[in-house]
Design a protein around this ligand. Structure first.
Ligand code: DON
Length: 311
């Protein structure tokens, strides 16, 4: 269905104004030192359609650290490599626990609950790495994101990667713990190096909204017409985003926004309105579950005002 550009433009501009005026902005992620320096007063939004048309407002051209949003792209790549055998290493159930929790790993014998919690994304990264040098695996992830966004300028923010590499004890604990169950195939530090670097990819709202379009349009990248995944796989990735994309805030996100979404601790959220649009919002302040506070509110207003929901 073609987007009513006029209507979307006025709603997006209205929401950006409302978000600018709000004083409740959440807390910027403090556990990655480089992210704690980001100004919480920023807000951006971009909506991309199947023609590559982008409707944007606020700080939509400012690059931010996409962090866990890359887990959507690494999952897509890993499914391309391993198909459904991926599900031997990682589950498909919501965790009901924080994104960096270790508690379920012992009960579930090192198999992470889903590919979006840190443990799951580290296991997925390990699968992408199999048999390659870390630099090659990272190059493959970055090129894939550049391809789906149709933008070769997307880069890794090396300062963010180095900052997390220095302070990533929790992720190291998760990775070594999984290794003890035989889940990790590569040297743990190699897998973590690739993981920290793909989390540090920087994108603007515009680039991220464009990158999400294959999920909104049945697996096809509309600017090139190339198939990224088949429609069934796109539907399944969307299902995982809906059920697990916001960690223990996933139920609330589905309730309020009504769309599949994936958050990152950089304050970005990618949301998919199947058949209608791919949406990216960014505001660095987070809520208690580690998801963008104003980003979620903005998406709730957007879907309410435009009547977008999968339900
Ligand atoms: O591994 C970490 O903790 C970060 N690189 C990514 C976590 C994240 O983005 C969780 N999302 N809300």
């Amino acid at each position: 269905m073609a987007l009513d550009h006029h209507r979307v433009q006025s709603v997006v501009a209205e929401i950006a104004d409302e978000m600018r005026a709000r004083t409740d902005r959440g807390e910027v992620a403090g556990y990655i030192p480089e992210l704690s320096k980001v100004d919480p007063g920023q807000f951006g939004i971009a909506v991309a359609d199947d023609q590559g048309f982008v409707i944007a407002a606020g700080d939509s051209e400012t690059a931010f650290s996409v962090q866990s949003i890359t887990k959507v792209f690494t999952l897509t790549l890993a499914l391309g490599i391993a198909g459904d055998t991926l599900w031997r290493r990682v589950g498909r159930e919501p965790s009901g626990s924080p994104f960096n929790s270790i508690v379920q790993l012992e009960f579930e014998r090192g198999i992470p609950r889903n590919p979006f919690i840190n443990a799951g994304a580290i296991a997925v990264t390990d699968l992408i790495l199999s048999g390659h040098q870390p630099r090659e695996a990272l190059g493959e992830i970055l090129r894939f994101i550049q391809f789906v966004a149709d933008d070769p300028t997307i880069r890794i923010d090396e300062a963010v990667a180095a900052s997390e590499q220095r302070t990533g004890e929790r992720n190291r604990a998760l990775a070594y713990y999984m290794k003890s169950f035989g889940i990790m195939e590569n040297p743990v530090e190699y897998t973590l190096g690739v993981y920290f670097h793909h989390c540090a990819i920087a994108m603007t709202c515009r680039q991220l909204a464009l990158a999400g379009r294959f999920l909104a349009y049945g697996g096809r990248q509309p600017s090139t017409g190339r198939t990224v995944v088949n429609p069934e796989r796109a539907r399944r990735i969307n299902a995982l985003m809906l059920t697990c994309g916001h960690y223990d805030g996933s139920g609330d996100f589905a309730y309020r926004v009504g769309l599949p979404g994936k958050s990152g601790v950089g304050g970005g959220i990618l949301a998919i309105a199947p058949g209608q649009a791919s949406i990216a919002v960014w505001s660095p302040g987070l809520d208690a579950a580690g998801n963008s506070h104003l980003g979620r509110i903005a998406l709730e207003l957007l879907t309410k005002r435009l009547g977008w929901s999968i339900f």
